[in-house]
Design a protein around this ligand. Structure first.
Ligand code: T46
Length: 138
């Protein structure tokens, strides 16, 4: 497992706490190194169901477990690392050309993703061998 993947990309989101509860926020460029073009969220993921299994050519993303917990496996073509997201005040930045798999969603989990670009299927690398060829050439 590659220790620098986690150290580089996982960080605490600011949290403002008062008697009314907590408020967390992310903004460009202070916390996220890209302008946010799109947000989407994964929820109602059945138990024992995995998602992802792809990389992106250019897309960068910020991922937050706003509720519940799940594991993200990141793979740079040489090393793999599993990151558990289980706090709404923690963010995982995923740069371009990282293979990702998400698994072990606890019931009721919500995965919020902030993305640098609009949805574009041609940006996906869904074949692992093609991914290895692309990152192997860097
Ligand atoms: C990623 C991980 C973390 C859209 O039409 N618009 C969108 O913005 C998105 C994200 C998806 N879709 C469509 C494409 C598929 O027909 O929704 C369907 C499910 O997408 P996918 O199978 O890619 O879902 P995941 O959970 O495997 O991957 C998603 C993101 O697609 C991907 O960028 O990094 O979450």
């Amino acid at each position: 497992m590659h220790s620098s993947i986690k150290a580089k990309h996982l960080f605490d989101i600011p949290k403002i706490t008062d008697g009314r509860g907590d408020l967390s926020f992310l903004q460009y460029p202070t916390h996220v190194p890209f302008m946010i073009s799109r947000a989407y969220f994964l929820y109602n993921v059945p138990e024992n169901t995995a998602r992802g299994f792809h990389a992106h050519r250019e897309l960068q993303q910020a991922m937050i477990a706003v509720s519940g917990s799940f594991d993200v496996i990141l793979d740079d073509g040489r090393n793999r690392e599993k990151v558990t997201l289980n706090r709404p005040d923690q963010c995982l930045l995923i740069g371009k050309r990282f293979w990702r798999e998400m698994e072990n969603f606890a019931p009721g989990s919500v995965c919020l993703v902030l993305a640098s670009c609009s949805y574009d299927e041609s940006d996906y690398i869904r074949d692992y061998d093609e991914f290895l060829r692309i990152v192997g050439g860097e």
